[in-house]
Design a protein around this ligand. Structure first.
Ligand SMILES: [Zn+2]
Length: 261
């Protein structure tokens, strides 16, 4: 039965490829397989697999060991245990993120999940994988939650349970645009709640882009209040804008194109 359904899937995929030839994730070029891209474009992407802060994952090329902390985490450790992202958010990765977030393009999800697990192997240890939720009014407006798609793809890849309904956004928070790091924190503090008890469980929170980490911190706070033992975070990309102090501050808010519309 499985062999038959696999055969049917292959026939369906071949027919679909003939009618709608797969396009590169990063250009209009035709590619052999859905969800891939040209080798030179893939090689140019800035993957964040190298050394970094043990807690927030901020890249520190000269990190001397796995216990290295960035100045921000040293000064104020985050509530989550670890956060990692597969890619630096820059001009090269921007089309991947925006096609997912605003274009609803799903054909990169398998590749994205593979990259995210590479950056954050701890995903495979989570009791549950949760997306950063949208408020129902935003979900209604957009029709999908791209963080939910990523979380689902990660669950499929790792075999860990995916739970899109546990963590809820109880109020529609205004856009984070133009807010300082402390303003972004105030904006989302207390915006999330948990639908059922989670005592003793560990979680991986999933988002598409990490900027200051304020949203992930607010979600983590809600999970810890409800009894979670550990919360880790993973994003497809993160904003990396070193200041002259080389610390992961984000004083001017998220890039304009990342705003929820
Ligand atoms: Zn850090």
């Amino acid at each position: 039965m499985i062999a038959r359904s696999q055969r049917l899937y292959r026939i369906g995929t071949t027919l679909a490829d003939l009618i709608w030839p797969p396009r590169s994730l990063l250009s209009d070029a035709r590619v052999d397989c859905l969800g891939t891209m040209e080798a030179d474009l893939w090689r140019a992407l800035n993957f964040l697999y190298g050394p970094g802060c043990m807690r927030c994952g901020f890249p520190i090329p000269e990190a001397t060991g796995p216990d290295m902390l960035c100045p921000v985490c040293l000064a104020q450790p985050p509530l989550y245990h670890r956060a990692r992202a597969a890619l630096a958010y820059d001009d090269l990765s921007k089309p991947l993120v925006l096609n997912l977030k605003h274009g609803g393009r799903k054909d990169g999800l398998r590749a994205f999940a593979a990259w995210m697990v590479e950056a954050a192997p701890f995903v495979a240890e989570a009791d549950q994988i949760l997306p950063v939720p949208l408020h129902w009014s935003r979900l209604w407006q957009r029709g999908y939650n791209q963080a939910g798609w990523l979380a689902e793809a990660l669950a499929r890849r790792t075999g860990r349970p995916y739970n899109p309904l546990l963590l809820r956004r109880k109020r529609a928070t205004p856009s984070q645009n133009g807010l300082s790091a402390s303003g972004r924190k105030r904006n989302v503090t207390g915006a999330f709640h948990i639908a059922q008890p989670v005592a003793g469980q560990s979680f991986v929170l999933v988002d598409d882009v990490m900027t200051t980490g304020a949203t992930l911190q607010a979600c983590t706070a809600a999970l810890l209040r409800a009894g979670a033992v550990r919360v880790d975070c993973v994003a497809l990309a993160r904003v990396v804008r070193p200041t002259k102090l080389d610390v992961p501050t984000e004083p001017h808010g998220a890039p304009q194109e990342l705003l929820d519309v």
